[in-house]
Design a protein around this ligand. Structure first.
Ligand SMILES: Cc1cc2nc3c(=O)[nH]c(=O)nc-3n(C[C@H](O)[C@H](O)[C@H](O)COP(=O)(O)OP(=O)(O)OC[C@H]3O[C@@H](n4cnc5c(N)ncnc54)[C@H](O)[C@@H]3O)c2cc1C
Length: 191
């Protein structure tokens, strides 16, 4: 990166091309520290691999940032958010105390940034489709993610009520078209 006196910077990419920028946002990731478990016999793959009850072994559970847990049937994900850690802990404690199977967890996070509340439900992939609804034009909106026509997640900027009302959309597979016509935040029909 080359920095100019006026604060601009040239970002140099791996292929040698450059991009002049005014501001740079850096996303700093985290890596689970699980090397010490390498010979434990537990399955380690981007964290400690657990089942839907947060178990990686009959008597070993893992919760929160270090746990790679089943999401949406097919895949395992590791999510670094407070509410996920709390929900994991509740699920594991309930299972160990009662033997009950834990219901599927719906990932949720919030973050307050510069007076704005950002919230997300679900775990959409970067290439999911997204449509923006309930947009006031004043920095308040709800984004609805979908894949193959099924809702996969929601993200809200200063729309906490709309987001929370949307949780049922992820509790069972819901068609995007249905969400866009039946939810309280659905756009008004036109024409
Ligand atoms: C800067 C920052 C901002 C964040 N902002 C948000 C946000 O806005 N919203 C949100 O939802 N999430 C946010 N997060 C993520 C959130 O903090 C984590 O997802 C959450 O704390 C995970 O909880 P945890 O219990 O899994 O892990 P932790 O909170 O990391 O707790 C793990 C504990 O284990 C201890 N430990 C580690 N190794 C050992 C060992 N070998 N022996 C004994 N103890 C050990 C650690 O010291 C630590 O106290 C943020 C994280 C960071 C770093």
């Amino acid at each position: 990166m080359y920095r100019y006196d006026n604060g601009d910077a040239d970002v140099v990419f791996e292929d040698g091309s450059t991009l002049r920028t005014r501001a740079i946002i850096m996303g700093v990731g985290a890596q689970p520290n699980v090397e010490w478990l390498a010979t434990s016999g537990l399955e380690i793959d981007n964290g400690m691999v657990v089942d839907s009850n947060q178990l990686c072994h009959d008597r070993v559970g893992a919760v929160g940032d270090v746990a790679s847990f089943p999401w949406s049937g097919a895949t395992h994900v590791r999510i670094e958010h407070w509410q996920v850690a709390t929900d994991h802990a509740g699920a594991l404690a309930r299972h160990w105390m009662t033997g009950e199977q834990s219901p599927a967890l719906i990932p949720y996070f919030w973050s307050d940034q510069y007076g704005k509340k950002i919230q997300m439900l679900g775990h959409p992939r970067p290439d999911d489709d997204v449509v923006r609804v309930k947009d006031t034009g004043e920095g308040q909106w709800l984004g609805v993610y979908s894949r193959d026509g099924i809702v996969t997640g929601l993200v809200a900027l200063n729309q906490p009520r709309a987001l929370m009302l949307s949780k049922p959309l992820l509790e069972q597979p819901t068609a995007l078209d249905e969400a866009l016509t039946t939810m309280p935040w659905a756009p008004s029909p036109t024409g």
